[in-house]
Design a protein around this ligand. Structure first.
Ligand SMILES: Nc1ncnc2c1ncn2[C@@H]1O[C@H](COP(=O)(O)OP(=O)(O)O)[C@@H](O)[C@H]1O
Ligand SMILES: [Mg+2]
Length: 377
């Protein structure tokens, strides 16, 4: 049990022209027992952040604190942290049991019997008891990752760090393991930072999400807060699948007008809009198809992707394409002209230069996240 704090964490690699700023001024507080997901596209600094916390990378500037104590200069094994990697990182010449026991042997004074007992009870927890005598090469990817998790759990650390632990697994196993890791973390109540590039993983697993882009923190919040109330355009487009539609618009009196778009300035925004140009954002699942020339825009259907319970309809509105997520099977044909209705309370406006949100939803709805209608109300 522990609180983890990053204060203005900086990490630069190399020097001179070659210098890479992997993490900039990152401040983040993970509370005791929390499951925090650090999410962002490849190369945004997630692994570097985690490696700094683990002590596998030195810090250029700033502070890492565990339960209030600065750990910048502590060796990895002194930090009471256990890490799980995408590559599993198991010792190939050791059995699963030996892999799980290894850290205990190195960092604790436990007897052989005590270590064996811990390994066995953890193996039971993970349902891998029958794998304990096997070597990694005879285990499947999912089994290897369970052993790697076991190796982390058995050490009873203050903090778990997980770097894309499910990325090497196939889709169905990934979804099973997602649930298992969540349940485990819930039961063990260990402060966890989980890294992924996958926004679905972030949305479904996290107590809170921290979204990173280009080494900089974009937003920290509960998953639905980030979904409904993104603080900037990057977060808006990164969270949600398919991605939020964005359209350039200009304010003309009390209307927002753009190529193919004509929409009233949302009430909640009209007071604060001092400038003329905006990026309008609207989620595919927030909008619906209506008769041509009714709704906010009209265009021609380019592509329909039927997914069974829903379809993605791509509508060409002139200078851009708008994605609409419709319920049920295919209901329109390629080439058909359709209107698209934008519910006013689902429209976001962003500053076109900085990307900062100037109008977003006032609050998140009360419905459960698993209830699809909550995302399409
Ligand atoms: N050892 C290193 N030397 C130089 N640059 C590095 C090193 N490790 C990472 N980087 C750079 O730092 C940035 C962040 O990398 P990383 O933390 O691995 O991103 P992520 O895990 O989000 O994909 C990238 O631009 C990457 O190329
Ligand atoms: Mg990485």
């Amino acid at each position: 049990m522990a609180q983890l704090e990053l204060n203005s964490l900086e990490k630069r690699f190399g020097g001179g022209d070659e210098q890479v700023e992997a993490v900039s001024e990152l401040s983040l507080s993970v509370i005791d027992g929390e499951f925090l997901v650090l999410v962002g596209p490849s190369g945004c600094g997630k692994s570097t952040t985690l490696n700094c916390v683990a002590g596998l990378e030195s810090v250029t500037d700033g502070e890492i604190r565990i339960d209030g104590e600065v750990v910048n200069d502590k060796r990895p094994e002194e930090r009471n942290i256990a890490m799980v990697f995408q590559s599993y990182a198991l010792y190939p010449h050791m059995t699963a049991a030996q892999n799980m026991e290894f850290g205990l042997k190195m960092t604790t004074g436990l007897s052989k019997g005590e270590r064996r007992e811990k390994v066995e009870s953890t193996a039971e927890l993970l349902d891998i008891s029958e794998l304990l005598d096997k070597k990694p090469k005879s285990l499947s990817g999912g089994q290897k990752q369970r052993v790697a998790l076991g190796r982390a759990i058995v050490r009873d650390p203050a903090v778990f760090l997980m770097d894309e632990p499910l990325s090497n697994l196939d889709a169905s196993l990934r979804s099973t393991m997602r649930t298992e890791i969540q349940q485990l973390q819930d039961d063990l109540d260990v402060t966890t930072v989980y890294v992924t590039h996958d926004q679905t993983e972030a949305m479904t697993m996290a107590d809170r999400i921290a979204i990173l882009y280009d080494g900089e923190l974009q937003q920290v919040g509960q998953p639905l807060e980030c979904y409904y109330r993104p603080e900037n355009r990057f977060v808006a487009e990164f969270i949600g699948e398919p991605a939020m539609n964005t359209l350039p618009v200009e304010r003309r009196g009390d209307r927002l007008v753009g190529s193919g778009v004509d929409f009233p300035v949302p009430d909640r925004a009209s007071g604060g809009l001092s400038r003329g140009q905006f990026t309008l954002g609207i989620r595919p699942e927030a909008i619906s198809l209506v008769e041509p020339n009714t709704g906010a825009v009209t265009g021609a259907v380019e592509v329909v992707e039927p997914l069974g319970e829903s379809s993605h309809v791509y509508v060409d509105i002139g200078d851009s394409t708008v994605t609409v997520k419709t319920e049920g099977p295919k209901s329109v044909d390629r080439g058909q002209r359709v209107g698209i209705d934008f519910p006013e309370d689902r429209v976001h406006l962003f500053d076109p230069d900085s990307g900062v949100a100037v109008a977003r939803r006032a609050s998140i709805p009360n419905e459960r996240p698993s209830d699809r209608t909550a995302l399409t109300d």
